[in-house]
Write a protein that binds this ligand. Structure first.
Ligand SMILES: CC(C)(COP(=O)(O)OP(=O)(O)OC[C@H]1O[C@@H](n2cnc3c(N)ncnc32)[C@H](O)[C@@H]1OP(=O)(O)O)[C@@H](O)C(=O)NCCC(=O)NCCS
Length: 187
């Protein structure tokens, strides 16, 4: 798996990524709206990297998770993934996260845009969806900037640290993506 944008590469995780991965996985700001517990151990990170490092294409019914790294230095700064629905190979769910030291520099926009191009153009995905906490302004702001449409709000639908939180559900179709790209207004 290897994709690239202006400043970033999306590539398979490597064993050497483990220290940078542990830093953002254990950052309470990054974990705030996510469903994992902190501390996240070295052994958990090792197991995760082992499970994803040889993946090379999304598989139906499985999450594909890849690293986001700087093109110039190969430093890991986050990750991005997708899940291809069991019931429909042309529908995907996306998820992403970035180390907080790199927020607000347009990297997530660049990485997700690159990922969408891969899903819509190379994988011929018809529809991509994403869910996020209704308080996660950064995430829904990013989705809206990318052209996603807010389609639903689910009330207290998702437990985070034992508390049920509410979620927005966003969607984007392949033809909508192509229209936006055609107008040149997503980058
Ligand atoms: C969501 C996340 C990936 C955004 O990363 P980022 O690199 O800072 O985002 P970008 O710089 O590319 O910003 C793109 C757009 O997102 C929106 N956005 C990003 N951060 C924002 C914030 N703190 N508040 C409001 N809007 C924000 C803005 O619309 C922004 O466009 P603009 O810069 O023109 O205003 C990052 O905050 C993160 O990793 N959060 C923790 C993990 C997480 O919540 N993942 C999503 C789970 S659903």
């Amino acid at each position: 798996m290897f994709l690239h944008s202006k400043r970033l590469i999306l590539r398979n995780f490597r064993d050497e990524d483990i220290d940078s991965y542990l830093v953002y996985r254990n950052d309470p700001e990054v974990a705030k709206y996510q469903d994992w517990d902190i501390p996240y151990s070295y052994a958990q990170a090792e197991k995760f990297i082992k499970s994803v490092k040889d993946m090379n294409a999304p598989k139906q019914g499985d999450w594909l998770q890849v690293a986001i790294a700087f093109k110039e230095t190969d430093e890991l700064i986050g990750d991005i993934g997708c899940f291809i629905k069991n019931e429909d190979a042309r529908q995907a769910i996306v998820g992403y996260r970035l180390a907080s030291s790199h927020w607000r520099k347009g990297y997530a926009f660049e990485a997700v845009r690159c990922w969408l191009e891969y899903l819509f153009e190379d994988m011929d995905i018809h529809r991509v969806t994403a869910d996020c906490d209704t308080e996660n302004e950064a995430s829904f702001g990013l989705l809206e900037k990318l052209g996603f449409r807010r389609e639903a709000q689910f009330i207290e639908s998702y437990p985070v640290n034992g508390i049920y939180t509410s979620e927005y559900h966003y969607g984007l179709l392949q033809r909508e993506w192509r229209t936006m790209i055609g107008r040149g207004n997503t980058c």
